[in-house]
Design a protein around this ligand. Sequence first.
Ligand code: CA
Length: 372
Amino acid sequence: MSSSDNSRRRFIVNAGTASGALLVGACGQSSQPAGAQTDAAASQQSFKWKMATTWPRDLPGAGTGAQRLVDNIRKMSNGRLDITLYGAGELVPAFEVFDSAASRIVEMGHGAAYYWKGKAPASQYYGSVPFGMTATESNAWLYYGGGLELWNEVYEPFGLMAFPGGNTGVQMGGWYNREINSVSDLQGLKIRMPGLGGEVMRRAGATVQNIPGAEIFTALSTGTIDATEWIGPWNDLAFGLYQAARYYYYPGWQEPGSTLECLINREAYLELPEDLQEIVRVACQSINMDMPCEYTARNQQALDTLVNEHGVELRQFPEEVLARLKTISQEVLEELADGDAMSRRVYDSYFGFLAQVRQWTAKSEEVFLQYR
Ligand code: CA
């Protein structure tokens, strides 16, 4: 175990202790005799849940973050809410996580909302929007711009609740076995790309496949696909994708700040006493903010390893290609909004918020980073 792992564990233990103390304090403040009885009864109830993820169990970031989430919930609740994590395929296949949580085969899932476009088209705005908001902007929209309330409306018909549960930050454009020098190089390219980015690629001339993470390496190394996007250096190094493709492209126009999600069976959530509900909510928010910190800390180290030890050739997409993909993205996003009333509402909320927040980003981070 590295010293950073040690310090992380200490932090989690300390964070758990601090939150536990706060909750005890909150109960203490409302300890009217009747309330105290309710609190005492509720404090003895314990719950065992299952959580299925769309990720391999040990996938850095998304997978380890999901494990950290359930560990935090167990510690903060003093074991009263004990959630067993099942990686992709261990209990249910990756792409059945949504249905499994809806039908309460599991109480909770961890994944990315764009996987559920076949269930609710509007969910695609909650995974990642091509050329859309960064992680910081997206979290601002979710927590303080009405985005999360709408997300819960999208999942409500399925008996599910949505909680932001991680963010990868800006991803990489992906792994290619041919150089992309112009838009015509995308013609006939067999690429793995989920969500709206995949639809954009399809319209740009590529043949697009949606493949769960665990199957990407095999698909790329056997030539089932010529190219793939996955996440970023930290995750892509772990998958060994450098062994199956030569060029590593940036930026990840298709996923500029992908939100991961905890989806929770509403009935199961409402059965929890209020303090456990709050522990779940705050633990999800905690991992949502923790995960991008770890991605930022580890991505450049991993990129150095990819380039210096594995000879990966880094390439930036040409401006012409990015401009074309952006034009198609706008078409795709507008068409999605025209498809159903909920998608229109989410679109209006998302792009209304982006129109406002981008002005602040332009005056703050954009300008600052030019001169740092
Ligand atoms: Ca991705």
